[in-house]
Design a protein around this ligand. Sequence first.
Ligand code: SF4
Length: 415
Amino acid sequence: MEARPDLANIEDVVDGAEPPRRARRSAALTIITASETQTARDCLQKHHFKYREKLRTKVDAPALAIGSIFHRGMSTGLRAGWLDVDGLDIEQRVAKQTAAATSGIDDLVNKWMAKRIEHGRDLDFERLATEAEETAAMVKWMLGHYFHVTRGDLERLILVETETPFSVPLRDVRGRPVKHLISQGVRDAVFYDPTYNALDLHEHKTVGQNPRDIDRRAEMDPQTTTYINSLIEDLAAGRLKLATTGEPVPRDAVVGRLSYNACKKKVPSTPKVNQDGTVSVAAIDTLATMYVAALDEQANVRKIPVTEKQYAKAKELADKGDTFFARVEYQRTPAEIERWRREAFMDASRIREANRNPDARTRNPGHCSMAWSMKCEYRQLCLDPESVELRGQFRVVDDIHTEVREAEAEADTPA
Ligand code: SF4
Protein backbone atom coordinates (compact mmCIF):
# COMPACT_ATOMS: atom_id res chain seq x y z
CA MET A 1 0.00 0.00 0.00
CA GLU A 2 1.28 3.45 -0.87
CA ALA A 3 2.00 5.88 1.92
CA ARG A 4 -0.39 8.74 2.35
CA PRO A 5 0.93 12.19 1.48
CA ASP A 6 1.95 14.22 4.49
CA LEU A 7 0.86 17.74 5.25
CA ALA A 8 4.00 19.11 3.65
CA ASN A 9 2.86 17.74 0.31
CA ILE A 10 -0.52 19.39 0.73
CA GLU A 11 1.09 22.71 1.59
CA ASP A 12 3.26 22.38 -1.52
CA VAL A 13 0.09 22.15 -3.55
CA VAL A 14 -1.51 25.03 -1.65
CA ASP A 15 1.51 27.19 -2.28
CA GLY A 16 1.52 26.37 -5.97
CA ALA A 17 4.86 24.61 -5.93
CA GLU A 18 5.46 21.69 -8.28
CA PRO A 19 3.27 18.84 -6.99
CA PRO A 20 5.09 15.78 -5.69
CA ARG A 21 5.96 13.22 -8.34
CA ARG A 22 3.59 10.51 -7.12
CA ALA A 23 0.70 12.97 -6.84
CA ARG A 24 1.36 14.18 -10.38
CA ARG A 25 1.44 10.63 -11.70
CA SER A 26 -1.85 9.59 -10.10
CA ALA A 27 -3.60 12.93 -10.00
CA ALA A 28 -6.37 12.34 -12.49
CA LEU A 29 -8.08 15.33 -10.93
CA THR A 30 -7.39 18.43 -13.00
CA ILE A 31 -10.89 19.80 -13.16
CA ILE A 32 -12.86 20.24 -9.98
CA THR A 33 -16.48 21.31 -9.60
CA ALA A 34 -18.50 22.32 -6.57
CA SER A 35 -20.63 19.18 -7.04
CA GLU A 36 -17.62 16.90 -7.00
CA THR A 37 -16.17 18.59 -3.93
CA GLN A 38 -19.48 18.34 -2.12
CA THR A 39 -19.84 14.66 -3.00
CA ALA A 40 -16.34 13.96 -1.68
CA ARG A 41 -17.09 15.86 1.50
CA ASP A 42 -20.32 13.88 1.92
CA CYS A 43 -18.71 10.49 1.40
CA LEU A 44 -15.49 9.43 -0.34
CA GLN A 45 -16.97 6.06 -1.30
CA LYS A 46 -19.87 7.81 -2.98
CA HIS A 47 -17.38 10.04 -4.75
CA HIS A 48 -15.58 6.93 -5.99
CA PHE A 49 -18.75 5.43 -7.48
CA LYS A 50 -19.80 8.70 -9.04
CA TYR A 51 -16.56 10.28 -10.23
CA ARG A 52 -14.03 7.45 -10.56
CA GLU A 53 -16.28 4.65 -11.74
CA LYS A 54 -18.52 7.23 -13.49
CA LEU A 55 -21.68 5.39 -12.46
CA ARG A 56 -24.90 7.37 -12.77
CA THR A 57 -28.51 6.35 -12.32
CA LYS A 58 -30.33 5.69 -15.58
CA VAL A 59 -33.24 7.86 -14.48
CA ASP A 60 -33.01 11.03 -12.42
CA ALA A 61 -34.66 10.88 -9.00
CA PRO A 62 -37.71 13.19 -8.68
CA ALA A 63 -35.87 15.91 -6.71
CA LEU A 64 -33.10 16.11 -9.30
CA ALA A 65 -35.41 15.86 -12.30
CA ILE A 66 -37.77 18.56 -11.05
CA GLY A 67 -34.82 20.81 -10.14
CA SER A 68 -33.30 20.54 -13.59
CA ILE A 69 -36.64 21.04 -15.40
CA PHE A 70 -37.22 24.14 -13.26
CA HIS A 71 -33.74 25.47 -14.07
CA ARG A 72 -34.31 25.03 -17.81
CA GLY A 73 -37.56 26.98 -17.58
CA MET A 74 -35.99 29.64 -15.38
CA SER A 75 -33.15 30.28 -17.78
CA THR A 76 -35.50 30.54 -20.78
CA GLY A 77 -37.75 32.92 -18.84
CA LEU A 78 -34.89 35.15 -17.70
CA ARG A 79 -33.67 35.61 -21.26
CA ALA A 80 -37.21 36.43 -22.42
CA GLY A 81 -37.51 39.12 -19.73
CA TRP A 82 -34.41 41.02 -20.85
CA LEU A 83 -33.94 40.32 -24.54
CA ASP A 84 -36.09 41.88 -27.29
CA VAL A 85 -38.29 43.78 -24.84
CA ASP A 86 -38.27 47.22 -26.51
CA GLY A 87 -41.58 48.97 -25.92
CA LEU A 88 -42.82 46.48 -23.32
CA ASP A 89 -43.81 47.63 -19.83
CA ILE A 90 -43.00 45.63 -16.71
CA GLU A 91 -46.28 43.68 -16.73
CA GLN A 92 -45.73 42.68 -20.35
CA ARG A 93 -42.18 41.63 -19.62
CA VAL A 94 -43.32 39.47 -16.69
CA ALA A 95 -45.98 37.88 -18.92
CA LYS A 96 -43.35 37.27 -21.63
CA GLN A 97 -41.02 35.67 -19.07
CA THR A 98 -43.70 33.38 -17.73
CA ALA A 99 -44.92 32.32 -21.17
CA ALA A 100 -41.38 31.53 -22.35
CA ALA A 101 -40.40 29.77 -19.12
CA THR A 102 -43.42 27.50 -19.05
CA SER A 103 -43.68 26.73 -22.77
CA GLY A 104 -41.26 23.78 -22.76
CA ILE A 105 -42.16 22.28 -19.38
CA ASP A 106 -44.67 19.66 -20.58
CA ASP A 107 -42.11 18.34 -23.03
CA LEU A 108 -39.36 18.11 -20.41
CA VAL A 109 -41.62 16.36 -17.90
CA ASN A 110 -42.83 13.91 -20.55
CA LYS A 111 -39.22 13.07 -21.49
CA TRP A 112 -38.45 12.29 -17.86
CA MET A 113 -41.56 10.10 -17.59
CA ALA A 114 -40.62 8.32 -20.82
CA LYS A 115 -37.22 7.46 -19.34
CA ARG A 116 -38.88 6.06 -16.25
CA ILE A 117 -41.01 3.82 -18.45
CA GLU A 118 -38.07 2.86 -20.69
CA HIS A 119 -36.04 1.68 -17.72
CA GLY A 120 -38.95 -0.17 -16.21
CA ARG A 121 -39.05 1.88 -13.03
CA ASP A 122 -42.77 2.55 -13.27
CA LEU A 123 -45.31 0.79 -15.39
CA ASP A 124 -48.50 2.16 -13.84
CA PHE A 125 -49.27 4.36 -16.84
CA GLU A 126 -52.38 5.93 -15.40
CA ARG A 127 -50.58 7.07 -12.27
CA LEU A 128 -47.64 8.27 -14.35
CA ALA A 129 -49.93 10.35 -16.56
CA THR A 130 -51.45 11.99 -13.46
CA GLU A 131 -48.01 12.57 -11.97
CA ALA A 132 -46.76 14.11 -15.23
CA GLU A 133 -49.71 16.47 -15.33
CA GLU A 134 -49.33 17.49 -11.68
CA THR A 135 -45.56 17.91 -11.94
CA ALA A 136 -45.81 20.09 -15.04
CA ALA A 137 -48.56 22.21 -13.45
CA MET A 138 -46.47 22.61 -10.29
CA VAL A 139 -43.28 23.66 -12.11
CA LYS A 140 -45.22 26.11 -14.27
CA TRP A 141 -46.83 27.64 -11.19
CA MET A 142 -43.42 27.91 -9.46
CA LEU A 143 -41.94 29.70 -12.47
CA GLY A 144 -44.90 32.06 -12.83
CA HIS A 145 -44.79 32.87 -9.14
CA TYR A 146 -41.04 33.50 -9.24
CA PHE A 147 -41.32 35.97 -12.11
CA HIS A 148 -44.29 37.66 -10.45
CA VAL A 149 -42.60 38.26 -7.09
CA THR A 150 -39.19 39.19 -8.53
CA ARG A 151 -40.53 41.73 -11.04
CA GLY A 152 -38.43 44.40 -9.32
CA ASP A 153 -35.33 42.73 -10.82
CA LEU A 154 -36.51 43.81 -14.27
CA GLU A 155 -36.31 47.48 -13.27
CA ARG A 156 -33.20 47.31 -11.11
CA LEU A 157 -30.88 44.82 -12.81
CA ILE A 158 -29.45 43.97 -16.24
CA LEU A 159 -29.02 40.35 -17.23
CA VAL A 160 -25.44 39.29 -17.87
CA GLU A 161 -25.88 35.54 -18.30
CA THR A 162 -27.92 32.53 -17.25
CA GLU A 163 -26.93 28.85 -17.02
CA THR A 164 -23.49 29.76 -18.29
CA PRO A 165 -20.53 27.40 -17.87
CA PHE A 166 -17.22 28.71 -16.55
CA SER A 167 -13.69 27.37 -16.41
CA VAL A 168 -11.11 29.25 -14.36
CA PRO A 169 -7.77 28.31 -12.81
CA LEU A 170 -7.33 28.15 -9.08
CA ARG A 171 -4.64 30.45 -7.73
CA ASP A 172 -1.90 29.75 -5.26
CA VAL A 173 -1.30 31.78 -2.13
CA ARG A 174 0.70 34.33 -4.15
CA GLY A 175 -2.11 34.76 -6.67
CA ARG A 176 -0.49 32.76 -9.46
CA PRO A 177 -2.76 30.39 -11.41
CA VAL A 178 -1.84 26.76 -10.81
CA LYS A 179 -1.66 24.48 -13.81
CA HIS A 180 -2.97 21.34 -12.18
CA LEU A 181 -6.35 22.52 -10.86
CA ILE A 182 -9.16 24.16 -12.79
CA SER A 183 -12.49 25.17 -11.28
CA GLN A 184 -15.49 24.52 -13.52
CA GLY A 185 -19.22 24.81 -13.06
CA VAL A 186 -22.41 26.46 -14.26
CA ARG A 187 -23.68 29.72 -12.78
CA ASP A 188 -27.49 29.92 -12.53
CA ALA A 189 -27.74 33.64 -13.29
CA VAL A 190 -25.61 36.77 -13.09
CA PHE A 191 -26.93 40.34 -13.17
CA TYR A 192 -25.30 43.74 -13.29
CA ASP A 193 -26.71 46.37 -10.93
CA PRO A 194 -25.86 49.77 -12.48
CA THR A 195 -26.92 51.70 -9.36
CA TYR A 196 -24.15 50.16 -7.28
CA ASN A 197 -21.84 49.09 -10.10
CA ALA A 198 -22.11 45.57 -8.69
CA LEU A 199 -22.49 42.06 -10.02
CA ASP A 200 -25.22 39.95 -8.41
CA LEU A 201 -24.96 36.19 -8.48
CA HIS A 202 -28.34 34.45 -8.31
CA GLU A 203 -28.76 30.86 -7.24
CA HIS A 204 -32.08 29.07 -7.73
CA LYS A 205 -33.09 26.20 -5.49
CA THR A 206 -36.21 24.08 -5.44
CA VAL A 207 -37.03 23.00 -1.89
CA GLY A 208 -39.51 20.70 -0.21
CA GLN A 209 -39.96 22.72 2.96
CA ASN A 210 -40.70 26.34 3.84
CA PRO A 211 -38.28 28.25 1.59
CA ARG A 212 -37.55 30.69 4.40
CA ASP A 213 -35.69 27.93 6.23
CA ILE A 214 -33.02 28.34 3.57
CA ASP A 215 -31.61 31.35 5.42
CA ARG A 216 -30.20 28.96 8.02
CA ARG A 217 -28.17 27.18 5.35
CA ALA A 218 -27.55 29.45 2.38
CA GLU A 219 -24.60 31.33 3.81
CA MET A 220 -22.71 28.09 4.44
CA ASP A 221 -23.08 26.90 0.84
CA PRO A 222 -19.53 26.61 -0.59
CA GLN A 223 -20.94 26.24 -4.11
CA THR A 224 -21.79 29.93 -4.24
CA THR A 225 -18.23 30.87 -3.22
CA THR A 226 -16.97 28.75 -6.10
CA TYR A 227 -19.19 30.80 -8.40
CA ILE A 228 -18.14 34.13 -6.88
CA ASN A 229 -14.51 33.17 -7.36
CA SER A 230 -15.19 32.34 -11.01
CA LEU A 231 -16.97 35.67 -11.45
CA ILE A 232 -13.95 37.54 -10.09
CA GLU A 233 -11.75 35.69 -12.60
CA ASP A 234 -14.10 36.21 -15.54
CA LEU A 235 -14.58 39.90 -14.71
CA ALA A 236 -10.83 40.50 -14.49
CA ALA A 237 -10.37 38.76 -17.83
CA GLY A 238 -13.08 40.91 -19.46
CA ARG A 239 -15.23 37.88 -20.25
CA LEU A 240 -18.48 39.27 -18.78
CA LYS A 241 -20.84 41.16 -21.07
CA LEU A 242 -24.32 42.57 -20.66
CA ALA A 243 -26.72 40.20 -22.41
CA THR A 244 -28.84 43.14 -23.55
CA THR A 245 -26.22 45.18 -25.43
CA GLY A 246 -23.09 43.04 -25.53
CA GLU A 247 -21.16 45.79 -23.74
CA PRO A 248 -18.54 44.60 -21.26
CA VAL A 249 -19.36 44.76 -17.55
CA PRO A 250 -17.18 47.53 -16.00
CA ARG A 251 -13.95 45.96 -14.74
CA ASP A 252 -14.27 47.87 -11.45
CA ALA A 253 -17.69 46.36 -10.63
CA VAL A 254 -18.07 45.00 -7.09
CA VAL A 255 -18.24 41.20 -6.89
CA GLY A 256 -19.50 39.30 -3.88
CA ARG A 257 -23.25 39.88 -3.68
CA LEU A 258 -25.44 36.81 -3.67
CA SER A 259 -29.15 36.19 -3.92
CA TYR A 260 -30.27 32.74 -2.93
CA ASN A 261 -33.74 32.14 -4.37
CA ALA A 262 -35.70 29.25 -2.91
CA CYS A 263 -38.92 28.04 -4.54
CA LYS A 264 -41.14 25.52 -2.80
CA LYS A 265 -42.09 22.48 -4.86
CA LYS A 266 -45.79 22.87 -4.26
CA VAL A 267 -48.83 24.66 -5.61
CA PRO A 268 -50.73 26.66 -2.96
CA SER A 269 -53.94 24.93 -1.87
CA THR A 270 -57.19 26.40 -3.15
CA PRO A 271 -59.26 27.67 -0.19
CA LYS A 272 -62.10 25.21 0.47
CA VAL A 273 -65.67 26.42 0.19
CA ASN A 274 -68.11 24.86 2.69
CA GLN A 275 -71.54 23.59 1.65
CA ASP A 276 -73.14 26.82 2.90
CA GLY A 277 -70.95 28.85 0.52
CA THR A 278 -68.56 30.23 3.15
CA VAL A 279 -64.79 29.91 2.77
CA SER A 280 -63.30 27.44 5.26
CA VAL A 281 -61.14 28.77 8.11
CA ALA A 282 -59.36 25.42 8.57
CA ALA A 283 -55.55 25.30 8.43
CA ILE A 284 -54.36 25.77 4.86
CA ASP A 285 -51.02 26.17 3.07
CA THR A 286 -51.74 28.93 0.61
CA LEU A 287 -51.00 32.56 -0.23
CA ALA A 288 -52.87 35.34 1.56
CA THR A 289 -53.81 36.80 -1.84
CA MET A 290 -55.56 33.55 -2.83
CA TYR A 291 -57.46 33.42 0.45
CA VAL A 292 -58.53 37.06 0.12
CA ALA A 293 -59.67 36.40 -3.47
CA ALA A 294 -61.83 33.52 -2.20
CA LEU A 295 -63.34 35.82 0.47
CA ASP A 296 -63.95 38.42 -2.20
CA GLU A 297 -65.90 35.90 -4.24
CA GLN A 298 -67.88 34.86 -1.15
CA ALA A 299 -68.85 38.48 -0.42
CA ASN A 300 -69.41 39.80 -3.93
CA VAL A 301 -70.62 36.78 -5.91
CA ARG A 302 -72.41 34.67 -3.28
CA LYS A 303 -73.34 37.77 -1.20
CA ILE A 304 -72.29 36.18 2.11
CA PRO A 305 -70.63 38.61 4.56
CA VAL A 306 -67.06 37.89 5.64
CA THR A 307 -66.85 36.77 9.28
CA GLU A 308 -64.41 37.83 12.02
CA LYS A 309 -62.81 34.38 11.87
CA GLN A 310 -62.24 34.70 8.14
CA TYR A 311 -60.66 38.16 8.56
CA ALA A 312 -58.41 36.67 11.25
CA LYS A 313 -57.45 33.81 8.92
CA ALA A 314 -56.61 36.23 6.12
CA LYS A 315 -54.48 38.28 8.53
CA GLU A 316 -52.73 35.15 9.81
CA LEU A 317 -51.78 34.19 6.25
CA ALA A 318 -50.64 37.73 5.44
CA ASP A 319 -48.48 37.81 8.59
CA LYS A 320 -46.87 34.53 7.56
CA GLY A 321 -45.83 36.09 4.27
CA ASP A 322 -44.98 34.16 1.14
CA THR A 323 -44.32 30.54 2.14
CA PHE A 324 -43.70 29.49 -1.48
CA PHE A 325 -40.75 31.70 -2.36
CA ALA A 326 -37.94 33.31 -0.38
CA ARG A 327 -34.84 35.26 -1.32
CA VAL A 328 -31.86 35.40 1.02
CA GLU A 329 -29.20 37.98 0.19
CA TYR A 330 -25.69 37.97 1.54
CA GLN A 331 -22.13 38.90 0.68
CA ARG A 332 -18.95 36.89 0.25
CA THR A 333 -16.02 38.76 1.80
CA PRO A 334 -12.43 38.48 0.48
CA ALA A 335 -11.53 36.59 3.68
CA GLU A 336 -14.25 34.00 3.01
CA ILE A 337 -13.14 33.61 -0.60
CA GLU A 338 -9.55 33.12 0.57
CA ARG A 339 -10.69 30.47 3.04
CA TRP A 340 -12.64 28.73 0.26
CA ARG A 341 -9.51 28.83 -1.95
CA ARG A 342 -7.37 27.07 0.64
CA GLU A 343 -10.11 24.53 1.32
CA ALA A 344 -10.44 23.83 -2.42
CA PHE A 345 -6.79 22.71 -2.50
CA MET A 346 -7.30 20.57 0.58
CA ASP A 347 -10.42 18.98 -0.97
CA ALA A 348 -8.50 18.28 -4.18
CA SER A 349 -5.71 16.70 -2.19
CA ARG A 350 -8.13 14.43 -0.30
CA ILE A 351 -9.82 13.41 -3.55
CA ARG A 352 -6.48 12.60 -5.19
CA GLU A 353 -5.51 10.52 -2.18
CA ALA A 354 -8.83 8.62 -2.23
CA ASN A 355 -8.45 8.09 -5.97
CA ARG A 356 -5.09 6.38 -5.65
CA ASN A 357 -5.47 4.70 -2.27
CA PRO A 358 -8.53 2.44 -1.70
CA ASP A 359 -7.94 2.56 2.06
CA ALA A 360 -8.52 6.30 2.02
CA ARG A 361 -11.86 5.79 0.30
CA THR A 362 -13.77 5.79 3.54
CA ARG A 363 -17.52 5.42 3.74
CA ASN A 364 -19.50 8.01 5.64
CA PRO A 365 -22.71 6.31 6.77
CA GLY A 366 -23.43 9.39 8.86
CA HIS A 367 -24.40 11.03 5.60
CA CYS A 368 -26.97 8.43 4.58
CA SER A 369 -28.20 6.49 7.59
CA MET A 370 -30.49 8.87 9.41
CA ALA A 371 -34.25 8.99 8.89
CA TRP A 372 -33.90 12.51 7.48
CA SER A 373 -30.86 11.76 5.28
CA MET A 374 -31.04 12.13 1.52
CA LYS A 375 -31.29 8.69 -0.06
CA CYS A 376 -27.95 7.57 -1.48
CA GLU A 377 -28.37 6.16 -4.98
CA TYR A 378 -25.37 3.86 -4.42
CA ARG A 379 -26.65 2.31 -1.17
CA GLN A 380 -27.06 -1.24 -2.48
CA LEU A 381 -23.77 -1.11 -4.35
CA CYS A 382 -22.09 0.22 -1.24
CA LEU A 383 -23.19 -2.92 0.62
CA ASP A 384 -22.26 -5.24 -2.26
CA PRO A 385 -19.66 -3.45 -4.42
CA GLU A 386 -18.73 -6.50 -6.53
CA SER A 387 -22.27 -7.25 -7.69
CA VAL A 388 -22.40 -7.23 -11.50
CA GLU A 389 -26.18 -7.17 -11.38
CA LEU A 390 -26.25 -4.01 -9.26
CA ARG A 391 -23.69 -2.33 -11.48
CA GLY A 392 -25.92 -3.08 -14.45
CA GLN A 393 -28.51 -0.76 -12.95
CA PHE A 394 -26.26 2.22 -13.66
CA ARG A 395 -25.01 3.84 -16.83
CA VAL A 396 -21.38 4.82 -17.27
CA VAL A 397 -20.92 8.43 -18.36
CA ASP A 398 -18.22 9.65 -20.75
CA ASP A 399 -17.46 12.80 -18.82
CA ILE A 400 -17.82 13.02 -15.05
CA HIS A 401 -18.88 16.69 -15.12
CA THR A 402 -21.96 16.15 -17.27
CA GLU A 403 -23.71 19.28 -16.01
CA VAL A 404 -20.85 21.48 -17.27
CA ARG A 405 -20.59 19.69 -20.63
CA GLU A 406 -24.35 20.01 -21.16
CA ALA A 407 -24.23 23.75 -20.40
CA GLU A 408 -21.27 24.14 -22.79
CA ALA A 409 -23.19 22.33 -25.54
CA GLU A 410 -26.24 24.51 -24.89
CA ALA A 411 -24.10 27.67 -25.02
CA ASP A 412 -22.66 26.55 -28.36
CA THR A 413 -26.09 25.90 -29.85
CA PRO A 414 -27.26 28.80 -32.03
CA ALA A 415 -30.46 30.41 -30.66
S1 SF4 B 1 -24.65 4.44 1.04
FE1 SF4 B 1 -23.76 5.96 2.48
S2 SF4 B 1 -21.73 5.20 2.96
FE2 SF4 B 1 -22.40 4.14 1.09
S3 SF4 B 1 -21.66 5.36 -0.63
FE3 SF4 B 1 -23.70 6.11 -0.16
S4 SF4 B 1 -23.37 7.83 1.27
FE4 SF4 B 1 -21.49 6.61 1.24
